[in-house]
Design a protein around this ligand. Sequence first.
Ligand SMILES: Nc1nc2c(ncn2[C@@H]2O[C@H](COP(=O)(O)OP(=O)(O)OP(=O)(O)O)[C@@H](O)[C@H]2O)c(=O)[nH]1
Ligand SMILES: [Zn+2]
Length: 352
Amino acid sequence: MTLEDLGYNLELENYRKDQNLECFGVGRVISEHKERYVVKTPEKEYEGEIVGNLRFTAQNRSDFPAVGDWVAISEYDNNKVLIHSVFPRKTIIERQAVGKQGEKQIIATNIDYAFIVQAVDRDFNINRIERYLTLCNTSKVKPIIILNKIDLINDSKLSELVSKIQERIKQVLIIPISNESQKGFEKFKTIIEKGNTYCLLGSSGVGKSTLLNNLSGKQLMKTNTISASTNKGRHVTSHRELLVLENSGILIDNPGMREVGIADSKDGLEITFNAIIELSKDCKFKDCTHTTEVDCAVLKAVESGEIDKSSYENFLKMEREKEHFESTIAEARKKDKDFGKMIKNYKKSNKD
Ligand SMILES: Nc1nc2c(ncn2[C@@H]2O[C@H](COP(=O)(O)OP(=O)(O)OP(=O)(O)O)[C@@H](O)[C@H]2O)c(=O)[nH]1
Ligand SMILES: [Zn+2]
Protein backbone atom coordinates (compact mmCIF):
# COMPACT_ATOMS: atom_id res chain seq x y z
CA MET A 1 0.00 0.00 0.00
CA THR A 2 1.11 3.55 -0.76
CA LEU A 3 0.00 6.95 0.52
CA GLU A 4 -1.73 7.42 -2.85
CA ASP A 5 -3.86 4.36 -2.11
CA LEU A 6 -5.06 6.25 0.93
CA GLY A 7 -5.92 9.27 -1.21
CA TYR A 8 -2.73 11.32 -0.96
CA ASN A 9 -1.98 13.55 -3.95
CA LEU A 10 0.30 16.19 -5.39
CA GLU A 11 -1.69 19.08 -3.98
CA LEU A 12 -1.20 17.76 -0.45
CA GLU A 13 2.46 17.08 -1.10
CA ASN A 14 2.95 20.63 -2.36
CA TYR A 15 1.32 21.96 0.76
CA ARG A 16 3.64 19.83 2.85
CA LYS A 17 6.67 21.33 1.09
CA ASP A 18 5.36 24.90 1.25
CA GLN A 19 4.75 24.63 4.97
CA ASN A 20 8.13 23.03 5.68
CA LEU A 21 6.47 19.93 7.05
CA GLU A 22 8.91 17.58 5.34
CA CYS A 23 10.54 16.71 8.64
CA PHE A 24 7.26 15.07 9.66
CA GLY A 25 5.57 11.95 8.42
CA VAL A 26 2.13 11.98 6.81
CA GLY A 27 -0.90 9.95 7.76
CA ARG A 28 -4.67 9.96 7.49
CA VAL A 29 -7.02 10.01 10.45
CA ILE A 30 -9.26 6.95 10.27
CA SER A 31 -11.10 7.31 13.54
CA GLU A 32 -11.60 9.73 16.38
CA HIS A 33 -13.13 9.19 19.78
CA LYS A 34 -12.88 11.86 22.43
CA GLU A 35 -9.62 13.28 21.11
CA ARG A 36 -8.04 9.89 20.68
CA TYR A 37 -7.14 9.35 17.09
CA VAL A 38 -6.15 6.45 14.92
CA VAL A 39 -3.77 7.57 12.18
CA LYS A 40 -3.08 5.33 9.21
CA THR A 41 0.06 5.28 7.12
CA PRO A 42 0.88 2.74 4.42
CA GLU A 43 2.86 0.79 7.00
CA LYS A 44 0.88 0.99 10.18
CA GLU A 45 -2.01 2.24 12.23
CA TYR A 46 -0.97 4.48 15.09
CA GLU A 47 -2.60 5.86 18.16
CA GLY A 48 -2.40 9.60 17.71
CA GLU A 49 -2.34 12.46 20.15
CA ILE A 50 -2.31 16.14 19.27
CA VAL A 51 0.60 18.33 20.34
CA GLY A 52 -0.02 21.10 22.86
CA ASN A 53 0.61 23.80 20.32
CA LEU A 54 -2.19 22.55 18.09
CA ARG A 55 -4.53 22.50 21.05
CA PHE A 56 -3.65 26.02 22.17
CA THR A 57 -3.90 27.60 18.74
CA ALA A 58 -7.23 25.91 17.99
CA GLN A 59 -10.01 28.50 17.78
CA ASN A 60 -12.81 25.99 17.91
CA ARG A 61 -13.69 22.31 17.55
CA SER A 62 -13.24 22.29 13.82
CA ASP A 63 -9.52 23.01 14.15
CA PHE A 64 -9.02 19.60 15.72
CA PRO A 65 -8.38 16.59 13.48
CA ALA A 66 -11.39 14.72 12.11
CA VAL A 67 -11.89 11.44 10.29
CA GLY A 68 -10.54 11.81 6.76
CA ASP A 69 -7.95 14.46 7.62
CA TRP A 70 -4.37 14.41 6.46
CA VAL A 71 -2.03 15.16 9.34
CA ALA A 72 1.68 15.80 9.92
CA ILE A 73 2.95 13.27 12.43
CA SER A 74 6.03 12.15 14.34
CA GLU A 75 6.48 8.72 15.87
CA TYR A 76 7.34 8.75 19.57
CA ASP A 77 6.71 5.22 20.57
CA ASN A 78 6.28 1.95 18.80
CA ASN A 79 2.64 2.46 17.88
CA LYS A 80 2.18 6.08 18.82
CA VAL A 81 2.41 9.38 16.97
CA LEU A 82 2.08 13.02 17.81
CA ILE A 83 -0.13 15.03 15.47
CA HIS A 84 1.46 18.38 14.69
CA SER A 85 -0.88 19.90 12.15
CA VAL A 86 -3.91 19.29 9.99
CA PHE A 87 -3.62 19.77 6.22
CA PRO A 88 -6.23 21.98 4.51
CA ARG A 89 -9.49 20.16 3.87
CA LYS A 90 -10.86 19.77 0.38
CA THR A 91 -14.38 18.99 1.55
CA ILE A 92 -16.13 18.90 4.93
CA ILE A 93 -19.29 17.06 5.91
CA GLU A 94 -20.69 18.50 9.09
CA ARG A 95 -23.88 18.58 11.05
CA GLN A 96 -25.44 20.40 13.93
CA ALA A 97 -23.72 19.33 17.13
CA VAL A 98 -25.85 17.25 19.45
CA GLY A 99 -27.31 19.31 22.26
CA LYS A 100 -25.57 22.46 21.13
CA GLN A 101 -27.95 24.66 19.22
CA GLY A 102 -26.36 26.25 16.21
CA GLU A 103 -22.97 24.66 16.67
CA LYS A 104 -21.47 22.41 14.07
CA GLN A 105 -19.61 19.18 14.32
CA ILE A 106 -17.39 17.76 11.61
CA ILE A 107 -18.32 14.24 10.63
CA ALA A 108 -15.68 13.62 8.01
CA THR A 109 -13.38 15.48 5.64
CA ASN A 110 -11.78 15.10 2.22
CA ILE A 111 -14.56 13.04 0.72
CA ASP A 112 -14.76 13.19 -3.06
CA TYR A 113 -18.03 11.36 -3.69
CA ALA A 114 -21.08 10.49 -1.63
CA PHE A 115 -23.20 7.51 -2.50
CA ILE A 116 -26.75 8.50 -1.68
CA VAL A 117 -28.25 5.10 -1.00
CA GLN A 118 -31.96 4.59 -1.26
CA ALA A 119 -33.93 1.37 -1.37
CA VAL A 120 -36.68 0.89 -3.96
CA ASP A 121 -39.15 -0.44 -1.43
CA ARG A 122 -40.82 1.53 1.37
CA ASP A 123 -37.87 3.86 1.74
CA PHE A 124 -38.21 5.31 -1.76
CA ASN A 125 -38.66 9.04 -1.36
CA ILE A 126 -37.33 11.70 -3.71
CA ASN A 127 -37.57 14.46 -1.07
CA ARG A 128 -35.08 12.54 0.95
CA ILE A 129 -32.73 12.25 -2.01
CA GLU A 130 -32.95 16.03 -2.45
CA ARG A 131 -32.10 16.44 1.19
CA TYR A 132 -28.90 14.44 0.86
CA LEU A 133 -28.12 16.20 -2.42
CA THR A 134 -28.30 19.52 -0.64
CA LEU A 135 -25.91 18.25 1.97
CA CYS A 136 -23.52 17.17 -0.79
CA ASN A 137 -23.77 20.53 -2.52
CA THR A 138 -23.08 22.35 0.72
CA SER A 139 -20.11 20.13 1.46
CA LYS A 140 -18.75 20.27 -2.11
CA VAL A 141 -18.95 16.48 -2.23
CA LYS A 142 -20.05 15.05 -5.58
CA PRO A 143 -23.22 12.95 -5.39
CA ILE A 144 -24.03 9.58 -6.96
CA ILE A 145 -27.43 8.01 -6.38
CA ILE A 146 -27.50 4.29 -5.57
CA LEU A 147 -30.88 2.63 -5.91
CA ASN A 148 -30.65 -0.54 -3.86
CA LYS A 149 -32.74 -3.69 -3.47
CA ILE A 150 -33.78 -3.82 -7.10
CA ASP A 151 -34.27 -7.57 -6.67
CA LEU A 152 -37.58 -6.63 -5.03
CA ILE A 153 -39.10 -5.06 -8.17
CA ASN A 154 -39.31 -5.82 -11.87
CA ASP A 155 -37.54 -3.93 -14.66
CA SER A 156 -40.48 -1.81 -15.71
CA LYS A 157 -41.08 -0.64 -12.15
CA LEU A 158 -37.38 0.16 -11.92
CA SER A 159 -37.34 2.31 -15.03
CA GLU A 160 -40.43 4.07 -13.73
CA LEU A 161 -38.62 4.96 -10.50
CA VAL A 162 -35.48 6.03 -12.34
CA SER A 163 -37.41 8.40 -14.60
CA LYS A 164 -39.27 9.81 -11.61
CA ILE A 165 -35.94 10.73 -10.06
CA GLN A 166 -34.62 12.11 -13.34
CA GLU A 167 -37.64 14.37 -13.70
CA ARG A 168 -36.64 16.19 -10.56
CA ILE A 169 -32.93 15.60 -10.28
CA LYS A 170 -30.88 16.28 -13.34
CA GLN A 171 -27.26 15.48 -13.97
CA VAL A 172 -26.68 13.08 -11.13
CA LEU A 173 -25.60 9.55 -11.96
CA ILE A 174 -28.11 6.89 -10.86
CA ILE A 175 -26.88 3.34 -10.34
CA PRO A 176 -29.43 0.61 -9.61
CA ILE A 177 -28.01 -2.33 -7.67
CA SER A 178 -28.96 -5.31 -5.56
CA ASN A 179 -26.81 -6.65 -2.77
CA GLU A 180 -28.94 -9.72 -2.89
CA SER A 181 -28.63 -10.70 -6.56
CA GLN A 182 -25.45 -8.67 -7.19
CA LYS A 183 -27.15 -7.09 -10.19
CA GLY A 184 -25.54 -3.77 -11.12
CA PHE A 185 -22.39 -4.41 -9.13
CA GLU A 186 -20.09 -4.73 -12.13
CA LYS A 187 -21.00 -1.23 -13.27
CA PHE A 188 -20.93 0.10 -9.75
CA LYS A 189 -17.40 -1.15 -9.13
CA THR A 190 -16.09 0.47 -12.31
CA ILE A 191 -16.98 3.95 -11.07
CA ILE A 192 -14.95 3.55 -7.90
CA GLU A 193 -11.50 4.93 -8.54
CA LYS A 194 -8.19 4.58 -6.81
CA GLY A 195 -7.28 7.56 -4.63
CA ASN A 196 -10.87 8.80 -4.38
CA THR A 197 -12.67 8.87 -1.05
CA TYR A 198 -16.33 7.90 -0.80
CA CYS A 199 -19.01 7.86 1.85
CA LEU A 200 -22.46 6.33 2.22
CA LEU A 201 -25.47 8.48 2.98
CA GLY A 202 -28.97 7.18 3.48
CA SER A 203 -31.49 6.29 6.11
CA SER A 204 -31.46 3.25 8.31
CA GLY A 205 -32.22 -0.03 6.61
CA VAL A 206 -31.47 0.94 3.01
CA GLY A 207 -28.58 -1.52 2.95
CA LYS A 208 -25.46 0.56 3.62
CA SER A 209 -23.75 -2.03 5.82
CA THR A 210 -24.53 -4.83 3.39
CA LEU A 211 -23.15 -2.71 0.56
CA LEU A 212 -20.02 -1.91 2.52
CA ASN A 213 -19.40 -5.58 3.18
CA ASN A 214 -19.90 -6.36 -0.48
CA LEU A 215 -17.48 -3.66 -1.56
CA SER A 216 -14.79 -4.49 0.95
CA GLY A 217 -14.95 -8.19 0.22
CA LYS A 218 -14.94 -8.80 3.94
CA GLN A 219 -17.54 -9.00 6.65
CA LEU A 220 -16.61 -5.73 8.33
CA MET A 221 -19.99 -4.60 9.43
CA LYS A 222 -22.40 -6.92 11.11
CA THR A 223 -25.84 -6.59 9.64
CA ASN A 224 -28.63 -7.94 11.72
CA THR A 225 -31.11 -9.80 9.64
CA ILE A 226 -32.35 -11.82 12.55
CA SER A 227 -32.07 -10.21 15.91
CA ALA A 228 -33.92 -11.17 19.04
CA SER A 229 -32.60 -8.22 20.99
CA THR A 230 -34.51 -5.04 21.60
CA ASN A 231 -32.51 -2.84 19.28
CA LYS A 232 -33.59 -4.80 16.28
CA GLY A 233 -31.67 -4.28 13.08
CA ARG A 234 -28.84 -2.26 14.58
CA HIS A 235 -25.41 -3.12 13.37
CA VAL A 236 -22.28 -3.28 15.44
CA THR A 237 -19.97 -0.62 14.13
CA SER A 238 -16.47 -1.83 13.52
CA HIS A 239 -13.59 0.22 14.87
CA ARG A 240 -12.31 1.40 11.53
CA GLU A 241 -14.21 4.29 10.10
CA LEU A 242 -12.10 4.65 6.99
CA LEU A 243 -11.27 1.63 4.94
CA VAL A 244 -9.37 0.90 1.79
CA LEU A 245 -11.58 -1.11 -0.54
CA GLU A 246 -10.47 -4.41 -2.02
CA ASN A 247 -9.94 -3.20 -5.57
CA SER A 248 -9.55 0.54 -5.14
CA GLY A 249 -10.96 3.57 -3.46
CA ILE A 250 -11.39 4.58 0.17
CA LEU A 251 -14.68 4.46 2.01
CA ILE A 252 -15.54 6.46 5.11
CA ASP A 253 -18.37 5.21 7.24
CA ASN A 254 -18.82 6.37 10.81
CA PRO A 255 -21.77 6.68 13.16
CA GLY A 256 -22.09 10.44 12.59
CA MET A 257 -22.46 9.90 8.87
CA ARG A 258 -25.52 7.82 9.56
CA GLU A 259 -27.28 10.58 11.43
CA VAL A 260 -26.44 13.46 9.20
CA GLY A 261 -29.16 15.95 8.32
CA ILE A 262 -28.98 19.37 6.81
CA ALA A 263 -26.98 21.90 8.68
CA ASP A 264 -26.08 25.18 7.08
CA SER A 265 -27.23 24.69 3.51
CA LYS A 266 -27.59 28.07 1.87
CA ASP A 267 -25.44 27.36 -1.17
CA GLY A 268 -26.50 23.76 -1.15
CA LEU A 269 -30.15 24.67 -1.53
CA GLU A 270 -29.34 27.00 -4.37
CA ILE A 271 -27.70 24.23 -6.34
CA THR A 272 -30.27 21.54 -5.59
CA PHE A 273 -33.22 23.77 -6.37
CA ASN A 274 -31.52 25.69 -9.12
CA ALA A 275 -34.67 25.94 -11.27
CA ILE A 276 -36.66 27.49 -8.42
CA ILE A 277 -33.91 29.96 -7.57
CA GLU A 278 -33.65 30.98 -11.22
CA LEU A 279 -37.40 31.53 -11.45
CA SER A 280 -37.51 33.54 -8.23
CA LYS A 281 -35.56 36.30 -9.96
CA ASP A 282 -38.77 36.98 -11.93
CA CYS A 283 -40.97 37.32 -8.84
CA LYS A 284 -42.55 40.73 -8.40
CA PHE A 285 -41.17 41.20 -4.90
CA LYS A 286 -37.51 40.86 -4.12
CA ASP A 287 -38.21 39.25 -0.75
CA CYS A 288 -40.92 36.97 -2.15
CA THR A 289 -41.49 33.88 -0.01
CA HIS A 290 -43.20 32.10 -2.93
CA THR A 291 -46.19 31.18 -0.80
CA THR A 292 -48.98 33.76 -1.14
CA GLU A 293 -47.56 36.68 -3.11
CA VAL A 294 -49.09 37.96 -6.33
CA ASP A 295 -46.98 37.70 -9.46
CA CYS A 296 -44.80 35.02 -7.94
CA ALA A 297 -42.95 33.29 -10.77
CA VAL A 298 -42.36 30.20 -8.67
CA LEU A 299 -46.01 29.71 -7.79
CA LYS A 300 -46.94 30.16 -11.43
CA ALA A 301 -44.43 27.51 -12.48
CA VAL A 302 -45.80 25.10 -9.89
CA GLU A 303 -49.33 25.71 -11.19
CA SER A 304 -48.32 25.12 -14.78
CA GLY A 305 -46.43 21.99 -13.80
CA GLU A 306 -43.07 23.35 -14.91
CA ILE A 307 -41.82 22.86 -11.35
CA ASP A 308 -42.73 19.66 -9.56
CA LYS A 309 -45.11 20.36 -6.68
CA SER A 310 -43.37 18.04 -4.22
CA SER A 311 -40.02 19.48 -5.12
CA TYR A 312 -41.43 22.96 -4.41
CA GLU A 313 -42.84 21.85 -1.05
CA ASN A 314 -39.56 20.22 -0.13
CA PHE A 315 -37.78 23.45 -1.03
CA LEU A 316 -40.02 25.51 1.26
CA LYS A 317 -39.56 23.06 4.08
CA MET A 318 -35.79 23.10 3.80
CA GLU A 319 -35.76 26.89 3.53
CA ARG A 320 -37.65 27.10 6.82
CA GLU A 321 -35.24 24.71 8.51
CA LYS A 322 -32.31 26.68 7.21
CA GLU A 323 -33.74 29.94 8.50
CA HIS A 324 -34.38 28.40 11.89
CA PHE A 325 -30.82 27.13 11.98
CA GLU A 326 -29.36 30.48 10.97
CA SER A 327 -31.34 32.33 13.63
CA THR A 328 -30.11 29.96 16.35
CA ILE A 329 -26.54 30.65 15.28
CA ALA A 330 -27.19 34.40 15.37
CA GLU A 331 -28.69 34.04 18.83
CA ALA A 332 -25.75 32.00 20.09
CA ARG A 333 -23.33 34.59 18.71
CA LYS A 334 -25.23 37.39 20.37
CA LYS A 335 -25.13 35.58 23.69
CA ASP A 336 -21.36 35.15 23.31
CA LYS A 337 -21.00 38.83 22.54
CA ASP A 338 -23.15 39.89 25.48
CA PHE A 339 -21.12 37.67 27.72
CA GLY A 340 -17.89 39.18 26.37
CA LYS A 341 -19.22 42.65 27.05
CA MET A 342 -20.16 41.71 30.57
CA ILE A 343 -16.65 40.43 31.29
CA LYS A 344 -15.15 43.57 29.80
CA ASN A 345 -17.36 45.82 31.92
CA TYR A 346 -16.56 43.78 34.95
CA LYS A 347 -12.83 44.08 34.38
CA LYS A 348 -13.20 47.79 33.73
CA SER A 349 -15.20 48.40 36.90
CA ASN A 350 -12.61 46.48 38.90
CA LYS A 351 -9.88 48.69 37.52
CA ASP A 352 -11.60 51.94 38.39
N1 LIG B 1 -33.91 -7.68 -0.73
C1 LIG B 1 -32.80 -7.02 -0.43
N2 LIG B 1 -32.49 -6.79 0.87
C2 LIG B 1 -31.35 -6.12 1.15
C3 LIG B 1 -30.47 -5.65 0.13
N3 LIG B 1 -29.45 -5.01 0.71
C4 LIG B 1 -29.66 -5.07 2.05
N4 LIG B 1 -30.80 -5.74 2.33
C5 LIG B 1 -31.40 -6.02 3.65
O1 LIG B 1 -31.86 -4.82 4.23
C6 LIG B 1 -31.70 -4.84 5.64
C7 LIG B 1 -30.94 -3.63 6.15
O2 LIG B 1 -29.64 -3.67 5.61
P1 LIG B 1 -28.40 -2.94 6.31
O3 LIG B 1 -27.23 -3.14 5.42
O4 LIG B 1 -28.28 -3.32 7.72
O5 LIG B 1 -28.93 -1.43 6.24
P2 LIG B 1 -28.17 -0.11 6.75
O6 LIG B 1 -28.44 0.95 5.75
O7 LIG B 1 -26.75 -0.40 7.05
O8 LIG B 1 -28.97 0.24 8.05
P3 LIG B 1 -28.39 0.92 9.40
O9 LIG B 1 -27.28 0.03 9.84
O10 LIG B 1 -29.54 0.91 10.34
O11 LIG B 1 -27.93 2.29 9.02
C8 LIG B 1 -31.01 -6.17 5.96
O12 LIG B 1 -31.98 -7.09 6.34
C9 LIG B 1 -30.38 -6.56 4.63
O13 LIG B 1 -30.22 -7.94 4.51
C10 LIG B 1 -30.83 -5.94 -1.23
O14 LIG B 1 -30.14 -5.59 -2.19
N5 LIG B 1 -32.00 -6.61 -1.43
ZN1 LIG C 1 -42.05 34.16 -5.56
